[in-house]
Design a protein around this ligand. Structure first.
Ligand code: OGA
Ligand code: MN
Length: 250
């Protein structure tokens, strides 16, 4: 298992080779997304969600078949209104000054993400520290070693995240993300059979959690505004900031 210093060292090698983005503590999130080389393999039409099978009690989950919903059961979770408006504002206040200094990236041909800027943060004020420990408390297995810095991804209104799997070398079993400023649709597509998919409605201020098979066997993506539908219902995509916690591989 890598500690943070080793992880930074590994990633800075990638950075110099790939001319990635240099980030504060040296983690290169592009590497996290791209090591597996799965970005942009397929595009699933947004209208596929119209035939979606709704998952019983969950208003935020639908999928192509009962079988795929069974596969992700307990391995995907969306907690609506996980943070309050005040907490969202506290996060934005801490993040906006740094983000505003960066430009949105639109033109990296090898990128899993189109129209984004990103950063990471290890130290937070008291309100954010509190809500992040709530995130960690509900998302990660007890005692699981966590990736220290929190990853912050700011998607322009025209931005989107193409299908990819986060690197298994650098990230562990669980990915937990808060969505700020906009609703959005996250699509998971089974790597072995791209006809099988599930859509998650990520409402503004919700927390999503992807675990185990849902994280390893499916690609995940955030739909672009033009394709942003959940069960046939339009979900307008505004600028969206996500605050993502990950654990380390064991
Ligand atoms: C990523 C990613 C999802 C999100 O950065 O690898 O998948 O919610 N982000 O922004
Ligand atoms: Mn990802």
């Amino acid at each position: 298992m890598l500690n943070l210093a080793e992880l930074s060292a590994v990633m800075s090698v990638y950075r110099s080779v790939r001319v990635g983005m240099v980030l504060g503590l040296g983690l290169v999130w592009r590497t996290v997304r791209q090591c597996e080389g799965r970005a942009g393999l397929r595009a699933v039409s947004g209208s596929a969600a119209v035939q979606g099978l709704r998952a019983g009690e969950h208003s935020w989950l639908c999928g192509s078949t009962a079988a795929v919903l069974h596969t992700v059961q307990g391995r995907v979770e969306v907690r609506q209104n996980f943070i309050t408006e005040e907490e969202e504002n506290a996060l934005l206040q801490e993040l906006e000054p740094g983000l505003k200094k960066k430009r949105y990236e639109f033109d990296h041909w090898d990128d899993a993400i189109h129209g984004y800027r990103e950063t990471e943060r290890a130290q937070w004020g008291s309100v954010c520290t509190g809500l992040l420990s709530r995130v960690r408390g509900v998302a990660f297995p007890e005692g699981s070693p966590l990736l220290g810095p929190v990853h912050v991804l700011d998607l322009d209104k025209a931005g989107y995240i193409k299908p990819h799997v986060d690197s298994v070398k650098f990230c562990g079993s669980t990915i937990a993300g808060l969505s700020l400023l906009s609703d959005s649709v996250m699509r998971l597509v089974l790597e072995d059979n791209s006809a099988e998919w599930v859509d998650l409605l990520l409402s503004r201020r919700s927390l999503y959690i992807l675990r185990d098979e849902a994280r390893f066997k499916f690609t995940h993506e955030i739909l672009k505004d033009a394709d942003s539908y959940f069960l046939g219902q339009r979900v307008p995509r505004q600028r969206r900031i996500s605050v993502i916690c990950r654990n380390l591989p064991v």
